[in-house]
Design a protein around this ligand. Structure first.
Ligand code: PHE
Ligand code: FE
Length: 284
């Protein structure tokens, strides 16, 4: 059962990057570790070093402590070795995928506590910015917090919730929750605002911007507010949502979303960066 169709893409759009011929029906593949070149390991090392140097004072403590679990910073990790450590910590595994995969396949893997990590690494010219997620974004950005028990449970619940949202035609609403938490979430800590979202933590420029710039709006986490809010995919976010703890995030998303989707559909959609009347924004 090797070889699957790549994710569908619109007319005039580029097909997703990656070798889909080697993928299984669930879109996972073997990580061809031997195929990485010394230059690719070195690119990973340089990406890792640049990001690791920025973490103190900007990333949340849970993330900083868990980054070491990724293993030696000077080469692309072997996913099977990383999975052993992750399995012992929270029962999660990382599995290789050729690149972007269809929504339902993604949700199913998360619901099984298997986190899909893109096999390929960006080109050197993409050192500062890569359009599609690569192995550095997926590993460095997402995997550390899978070592945190509460966040690990949140990710599984999200996967199960995604399968349900597919049946309810509510994936667009749910995707906004992923975007504003898993990818671009901020957390308030006693030491100040910190980042926990993978899109921020793997970004050269947005990490400092999201935590310290006076420009973007920072709004307290509110589930329905997030589900109503569009997001930017090609620039820094204009609004970030701030949680107080991973427990808050887990508990606020535990209720059945079926009636919540119905309610949110009745409310006007908000543009990225738009504020509601009287809405409090947090100062940095
Ligand atoms: N509670 C959500 C539902 O019933 C599932 C979910 C949990 C979604 C956590 C996202 C995050 O649909
Ligand atoms: Fe991501």
């Amino acid at each position: 059962n090797q070889g699957v169709a790549p994710v569908t893409y619109g007319e005039g759009e580029r097909p997703p990057r990656g070798d889909y011929a080697r993928a299984r029906a669930d879109y996972t593949c073997e990580q061809d570790w031997a195929a990485y070149t010394p230059a690719q390991h070195d690119l990973y090392r340089r990406l890792y070093e640049r990001q690791a140097a920025q973490l103190p004072g900007l990333a949340c403590q849970e993330f900083i402590e868990a980054v070491a679990h990724l293993g030696a910073p000077d080469r692309i990790p072997r996913f099977d070795e990383l999975s052993e450590r992750l399995m012992r910590a929270t029962g999660w595994q990382v599995v290789a995928v050729p690149g972007l995969i269809p929504e339902e396949a993604f949700f199913k893997l998360l619901s099984e506590r298997r986190f899909p990590v893109t096999e390929w690494i960006r080109e050197p010219e993409e050192f500062d910015y890569v359009v599609e997620p690569d192995v550095f974004h997926d590993l460095f950005g997402h995997v550390p917090l899978l070592f945190n028990p509460v966040f690990a449970d949140y990710m599984q619940a999200y996967g199960a919730g995604g399968l349900k949202a597919s049946r309810l035609d509510a994936c667009e609403l749910l995707a906004r929750l992923y975007w504003y938490t898993v990818e671009f979430g901020l957390i308030a800590t006693p030491e100040g605002l910190r980042a926990y979202g993978a899109g921020i933590l793997s970004s050269a420029g947005e990490l400092r911007h999201s935590v310290t710039s006076p420009e973007p709006k920072r709004v307290g986490f509110e589930l329905e507010r997030i589900m109503r809010t569009r997001y930017k995919i090609d620039s820094y976010q204009t609004t970030y949502f701030v949680i107080d703890s991973f427990d808050q995030l887990f508990e606020a998303t535990a209720p059945d979303f079926t009636p919540i989707y119905a309610r949110v559909r009745q409310l006007p959609t908000l543009e990225a960066g738009e504020l509601l009347p009287g809405e409090a924004i947090r100062a940095v």
